[in-house]
Structure formats: structure tokens, C-alpha cells
Design a binder for this molecule. Structure first.
Ligand code: NI
Length: 175
């Protein structure tokens, strides 16, 4: 296993639509392990492959309560089958938009189908934090970020801030 770099705003790769996975091989298995290690290290509760610059439809989540046992879940080619009419507001963050948090309203529950790392089709009814995390991560596979749900004013402000940080970091160590 290896820790991998997480790409951040304004990296244009975050806007790519990720491709379905067709091959279940050792490379995929290694990437899943790296994603779990990188997510737990961050620490975060979800990570999409595109956040490691891999544009494929894969995500890992662990929405277990902090004091409980971990509940690692790797989802390949996930799709939302059903969303509840009931909605829920949750303060979201994103490892690709570090240290920025805002409330986002989404369906309270979703039913998701996916393929697990053994290649077996699965379905999961998700509520609470897991529901929010799955919707946030599946958005990543479609190039959508949680800031897209905010007002244009707020979104432009955070993008501007990260463009500035990226410029400053590029210039680091240069004379
Ligand atoms: Ni995110």
C-alpha cells in the first residue's frame, strides 16, 4: 500500500467525467488499497479515484461513527437507483478543497448499486452520513463538486482563494 497525493482545486482533472471500470485486476486492487490508506491518513470519510488523478468510476468510503469499528466500503461503477423526497442538510467538506466547509442540502436517503472489489454486484440503502458521503463521492465521478450547490458568489469566492494558493505554491522556492 502507498499514500498517494490528493489533487486539489483548481486542478481541471476534478471536472472530468470518470470512465466505467471493466477490468478487475491487480492494478485495481492496489489502487483500492492506496485509496483507503490515503483516505484514512487524510483523514476523510470518502475518496473518489479522480481525487488521485485516476479518472475511473471507483470510490472508497468509511462513514462509521468515530468510536466504533471501521466500515470500509469500496464501490466500483456506483449508481444511485433511488433518492428519498425527504432532504437533509449536512456541513460538507472535501479533501480536494481543504479546510473549507459549507452546508449542502441533499436527499436524506439513497439506494445505490455498485460492484464490489470481488466483482460481485451489490446494493446498499444508505441513510445519514453514509447517504451524504455516497452522493458527494458519486458527484466526483461526474466532475461535480459540493461547491456547485452553493451560491455563485460563495463558489466564485472559494475558487478564487484556491487559484491564489496554487499560484503562490507554484512560485515557492523561485527567485
Ligand atoms: Ni470530495
Amino acid at each position: 500500500m502507498a499514500l498517494r497525493d490528493i489533487i486539489t482545486l483548481p486542478d481541471p482533472k476534478l471536472r472530468l467525467v470518470s470512465k466505467p471500470i471493466e477490468r478487475f485486476d491487480a492494478d485495481l486492487s492496489r489502487l483500492i488499497d492506496d485509496m483507503f490508506e490515503t483516505m484514512y491518513d487524510a483523514p476523510g470519510v470518502g475518496l473518489a479515484a479522480i481525487q488521485l488523478a485516476e479518472p475511473i468510476r471507483l470510490l472508497v468510503v468509511d462513514a462509521a461513527p468515530k468510536d466504533g469499528p471501521s466500515e470500509p466500503l469500496a464501490l466500483i461503477n456506483p449508481e444511485i437507483l433511488w433518492s428519498s423526497d425527504e432532504r437533509r442538510v449536512y456541513e460538507e467538506g472535501c479533501l480536494s478543497i481543504p479546510e473549507y466547509y459549507e452546508e449542502v442540502e441533499r436527499p436524506a436517503s439513497v439506494r445505490v448499486k455498485y460492484v464490489d472489489r470481488a466483482g460481485k454486484p451489490q446494493e446498499q440503502l444508505a441513510e445519514g452520513l453514509l447517504s451524504t458521503v455516497l452522493q458527494h463521492e458519486i458527484d466526483h465521478l461526474n466532475g461535480v463538486l459540493f461547491i456547485d450547490y452553493l451560491s455563485k458568489l460563495k463558489r466564485d469566492r472559494v475558487i478564487k482563494k484556491f487559484v491564489k494558493i496554487a499560484r503562490r505554491d507554484d512560485g515557492k522556492g523561485r527567485l
